[in-house]
Design a protein around this ligand. Structure first.
Ligand code: SF4
Length: 219
């Protein structure tokens, strides 16, 4: 079986087990998605949600409002998230830079060539490739496949990417195996598999819908 066929069958198997969220329910204003993704770094989903909701209750989630906010106020809202002090400083700094460098808006993600838009996002403090790609895919539906810790682990165990592959290599290989219109689905389904079954410790091979396609199923 060739790799594209195997990749396709893996996706089908995951679709039969997990739901794909509606992108329109996740996509939001790019600045809000950026803020939420920064909060989510090294933080469980439930705490990310709580921290994000706290912050939205306390202040308007706009670059202007967060750039002018007292960092202590941001810290109070983000307290439930890991590394909240650092994240609060980053969010304030990012907001200031968006105002100074990008005229207060991330709208360039819709209009600039993909490479340029990605480069501009990556120039912001605390914004790495995963955060930039999430904003580009979720908000502007640009053809990039974000790689988080689950996508990384699952795609390596499934043998879709080499074990030593770094972020860019994983993204490049997965993007070549799937169609751009599938990138969101692949991202979300690999995360579901990684969270629920193919966990970092003790993966549940027996419960895995893709175990017949996985070289690590007996590891
Ligand atoms: S068979 Fe095991 S290692 Fe392979 S994807 Fe499923 S849970 Fe992960």
């Amino acid at each position: 079986m060739d790799e594209k066929t195997r990749a396709r069958l893996i996706l089908k198997a995951l679709e039969s087990r997990f739901e794909v969220p509606d992108l329109s329910e996740i996509a939001d204003d790019p600045f809000k998605v950026l803020v939420r993704t920064i909060i989510s770094q090294s933080t469980a989903g439930i705490n990310t949600r709580r921290a994000y909701e706290n912050l939205s209750r306390k202040m308007l989630l706009t670059p202007k409002s967060l750039a002018e906010a007292d960092v202590k106020e941001i810290e109070d809202a983000l307290f439930v998230a890991g590394l909240y002090r650092n994240k609060s400083r980053v969010i304030k700094k990012v907001s200031q830079m968006i105002i100074q460098e990008f005229n207060g808006s991330l709208d360039f993600i819709y209009s600039k060539p993909l490479k340029e838009a990605r480069k501009k996002l990556l120039s912001l403090p605390g914004v790495g490739p995963k955060t930039a790609d999430i904003v580009l895919l979720f908000c502007a539906k640009r053809p990039v496949l974000p790689v988080d810790t689950h996508v990384n682990r699952v795609s390596k165990r499934l043998g879709l990417v080499p074990p030593e592959a770094d972020y860019e290599k994983i993204r490049e290989v997965l993007q070549s195996l799937y169609l751009p219109k599938e990138y969101f689905k692949v991202h979300m389904l690999f995360i579901s598999l990684g969270r629920k079954i193919c966990r970092a410790g003790r993966p549940k091979h027996d419960e895995c819908p893709a175990n017949h396609l996985c070289p690590s199923s007996h590891a």
